[in-house]
Design a protein around this ligand. Structure first.
Ligand code: FAD
Ligand code: NAG
Ligand code: NAG
Ligand code: NAG
Ligand code: NAG
Ligand code: NAG
Ligand code: NAG
Ligand code: NAG
Ligand code: NAG
Ligand code: NAG
Ligand code: NAG
Length: 464
C-alpha cells in the first residue's frame, strides 16, 4: 500500500476528528457526516464548531452581525465542496438524513438566509466555485457562484476595460445570491439587471443532476434569474452577456444639498427627472441625516446626488442644465473616470487608485455592522408634504442615522417586459429605495429601538 502523503494524512486525521466530534453530537449530523464521508472519493472540507476552520469560515461568511448573536441558531456543520461530486453527495445525504441545506455564496443576504435556519441544517459554502472565464471576443463570461462582483468586474476589465457586466455596487456581494435575486447597480438604466444579462447557467438540482439551460428547460432557467436560486437548485455558475461601455469619456459627480440648500425641492424634482434622463446617465440619490448648526434639533437632511455618465463632461453639464438646472451642476463638479469600474471606488468615496485592490479583496469594504435593511419600489412621486414627513421620520431616528439609496429606473428597466424574469418591480416603478438602519452592539433595548425605527420608515412608504 502506498504511504499516504502528508496532506492526505492530515486530511484523514481531520475527517476522523470530525467523525469523533459527530459521535458526541446530534446523531442526525453524525449520520450525515458518515454518509458524506463514505460516499466521497475526495476530500471536501467539513467544519464543525470543534474544528479550527469553523469560526473563521463563519466569520467571513456572516455579513450581518445581527446573526452572530447567541439567539441565532448557528450551523453545526459547514461543508465547503471542492468539486461537483461533493455537492451531489451532500444533497443525497441531506435528503437521506433530513438535514436542510443552506447555500452560501457571498453571505450578503439581508436576513442571513444563507447561514441561518430554525431547523437542523448545514451550510453548503460555494467558496471554491469562483472561477471566472472571460471571452472578450464573444463578449461573454462564465462566472462561478462563489465569485464576488468585484472579482468578476476585475477579470472583465483586465480582459478589456470597455467591457462590463451590469450588476451591483458592493464588491464583496456574491454572484450566486446576487444574480439569482436580480441585481442592480450603476449600469441598470442602460443595461438592466444582472439577471437580465444571463445567457446560460449550470446548476445541480435536488436529484443531483447537473443541468445547463438546454437540459434544465426554460421554466427553471426563468426562475433562477430573479426568483432566488436556493428555492430551485444549487447554482454552480452563470454565463453572462458582457456589455460595451461607449468609448467616449466617462464622467462622474457627487453633489451634496441640505434642507437649507433646498433639498426638499431638489428631491421632489429628482423623482420625475431621474427616471427620465437618457439611459447613459444615472443620477442616484443618497439620503441621510447630518449635524447642522442652523436648526433647532442640531440636525438636517442631506441629499447627495451621485452620478455616472457614459459620456463627456460638457455633454453631462448640458443635459443636467437642461433637465435639472436647480441642481446647479458646473464643469468643475465633474471628474473624468478612465474605466467604468472606477465608479465603484468613487461611489464608496475611496481613492481611485485603489480600484483593483477593492475589487479583488474578499474582505468587506465597509466595516460590518448589525443592520436591518429592506427595499421599496415607488410608483408615484412623493409630494413635498410627504417628503417633509419623511424628513421628520428620518431625523427622529437616533444615531447612527438611517442611510438610503434611491435608484432611478426608467430607460432600459421600463423597456423589459415585467414577465421576462421573476423581477416584478419594473412596470410603473419610477425608482427603488434601499434603506439601512445600522447599529453596533448587542443591547436588546437598542435593537428594539432600531427595529421600531425601521418599521416607522417602512410604514411611511406604505402610506404614500
Ligand atoms: C453591503 C451590501 C451591499 C449590497 N449591494 C447591493 C447592490 O448594490 N445591488 C443589489 O442588487 N444588491 C445589493 N445587495 C444585496 C445582495 O445582492 C443580495 O443580498 C444577494 O442575494 C447577496 O448574494 P450573496 O451570494 O452575497 O449572498 P448569500 O447570503 O450567500 O445568498 C443570498 C441568497 O441566495 C441563495 N444562494 C446563494 N448562493 C446560491 C447558489 N450558489 N445557488 C443557489 N442559491 C444560492 C442563498 O441561499 C440565499 O438565500 C447588497 C447587500 C449587502 C449586504
Ligand atoms: C452512501 O453511503 C451509505 C453509507 O453511509 C450507503 O448506505 C449508501 O448506499 C451510499 N450511497 C451512494 C449513492 O453511494
Ligand atoms: C462509513 O465508513 C466508515 C469507515 O469507512 C465505517 O466505519 C462505517 O460503518 C460506514 N458507515 C456505513 C453506514 O456504512
Ligand atoms: C471576525 O473577524 C474580524 C476581523 O477578521 C475580527 O475582528 C473579529 O473578532 C472576528 N469575530 C469573531 C467572532 O471571531
Ligand atoms: C426562528 O426562531 C426564532 C426564535 O424562536 C424566531 O424569532 C424566528 O422568527 C424564527 N425564524 C423563522 C424563519 O421561523
Ligand atoms: C466564440 O464563439 C464561437 C461560436 O460560438 C466559438 O466557436 C468560439 O470558440 C468562441 N470563442 C472565441 C474566443 O472566439
Ligand atoms: C474591447 O472591446 C471593445 C468593445 O467591444 C472593442 O471595440 C475593442 O476593440 C476591444 N479592445 C481590444 C483590445 O480587444
Ligand atoms: C433655493 O430656492 C430659492 C427659490 O426657489 C432660491 O432663491 C435660492 O437661491 C435657492 N437656494 C439655494 C441654496 O440654492
Ligand atoms: C455653521 O457651520 C458652518 C460649517 O459647517 C460654518 O461655516 C458656519 O460658520 C457655522 N455657523 C454658525 C452660526 O456657527
Ligand atoms: C493613491 O493615491 C494617493 C493620493 O490620492 C497616494 O497618497 C497613494 O500613495 C496612492 N496609492 C497607491 C497604491 O498608488
Ligand atoms: C419618534 O420616535 C418615537 C420613539 O422614539 C416614536 O414614538 C414616534 O412615533 C416617532 N415619531 C416619528 C414622526 O417618527
Amino acid at each position: 500500500m502506498k504511504k499516504p502523503n502528508n496532506i492526505s494524512f492530515q486530511f484523514a486525521c481531520f475527517l476522523l476528528c470530525a467523525i469523533l466530534w459527530a459521535a458526541s453530537a446530534d446523531p442526525q449530523y453524525q449520520n450525515f457526516i458518515n454518509c458524506f464521508v463514505n460516499n466521497s472519493s475526495n476530500s471536501a472540507v467539513i467544519s464543525t464548531p470543534d474544528t479550527s476552520s469553523y469560526s473563521s469560515i463563519l466569520n467571513v461568511s456572516i455579513q450581518n452581525l445581527r446573526f452572530t448573536l447567541p439567539n441565532t441558531p448557528k450551523p453545526q456543520l459547514i461543508l465547503t465542496p471542492q468539486n461537483e461530486a461533493h455537492i451531489q453527495t451532500a444533497l443525497y445525504c441531506s435528503q437521506k438524513h433530513k438535514l436542510q441545506v443552506r447555500i452560501l455564496s457571498g453571505g450578503h443576504d439581508f436576513e442571513g438566509s444563507s447561514y441561518v435556519s430554525n431547523v437542523s441544517f448545514f451550510v453548503l459554502n460555494m467558496y471554491n466555485f469562483r472561477s471566472i472565464s472571460v471571452d472578450s471576443i464573444n463578449k461573454t463570461a462564465w462566472v462561478g457562484a462563489g465569485a464576488t462582483l468585484g472579482e468578476t468586474y476585475y477579470n472583465i476589465v483586465q480582459a478589456n476595460s470597455s467591457l462590463a457586466f451590469p450588476a451591483g455596487y458592493y464588491p464583496q456581494v456574491g454572484i450566486g445570491g446576487h444574480i439569482s435575486g436580480g441585481g442592480y447597480g450603476c449600469l441598470v438604466r442602460k443595461f438592466g439587471l444582472a439577471a437580465d444579462n444571463v445567457l446560460d447557467a449550470r446548476v445541480i438540482d435536488a436529484e443531483g443532476r447537473i443541468l445547463n439551460r438546454a437540459s434544465m428547460g426554460e421554466d427553471l432557467f426563468w426562475a433562477i434569474r430573479g426568483g432566488t436560486g436556493a428555492s430551485f437548485a444549487v447554482i454552480l455558475e452563470y454565463k453572462v452577456k458582457l456589455v460595451e461601455i461607449p468609448k467616449e469619456q466617462l464622467t462622474a459627480f457627487s453633489l451634496k444639498r441640505t434642507l437649507e440648500q433646498n433639498a426638499t425641492d431638489l428631491v421632489h424634482k429628482w423623482q420625475t427627472v431621474g427616471p427620465n434622463l437618457p439611459p447613459e446617465l444615472l443620477l442616484e440619490l443618497q439620503l441621510t441625516v447630518v449635524p447642522s448648526n442652523q436648526t433647532a434639533d442640531g440636525k438636517t437632511i442631506q441629499a447627495t446626488f451621485v452620478s455616472l455618465f457614459l459620456g463627456g463632461a460638457d455633454d453631462l453639464v448640458s443635459i443636467m442644465n437642461q433637465n435639472f438646472p436647480e441642481l446647479g451642476l458646473v464643469r468643475d463638479d465633474c471628474i473624468t473616470l478612465s474605466r467604468w469600474v472606477d465608479f465603484i471606488t468613487y461611489f464608496y468615496q475611496r481613492p481611485l487608485n485603489l480600484t483593483d485592490t477593492i475589487l479583488t479583496s474578499r474582505v468587506s469594504l465597509n466595516p460590518k455592522s448589525y443592520f436591518k435593511s429592506t427595499s421599496e419600489f415607488v410608483q408615484n412621486p412623493i409630494p413635498k408634504q410627504g417628503l417633509e414627513q419623511l424628513w421628520d421620520v428620518m431625523r427622529n431616528i437616533s444615531s447612527p442615522p438611517v442611510l438610503m439609496n434611491w435608484t432611478p429606473f426608467g430607460a432600459r428597466m421600463a423597456e423589459i417586459p415585467e414577465s421576462e424574469i421573476p423581477f416584478p418591480h419594473r412596470a410603473g416603478n419610477i425608482y427603488m429605495v434601499f434603506k439601512k438602519i445600522q447599529w453596533q452592539g448587542t443591547d436588546p433595548d437598542l435593537i428594539q429601538e432600531r427595529f421600531a425605527s425601521a418599521r416607522r420608515l417602512t410604514s411611511f412608504f406604505g402610506s404614500m
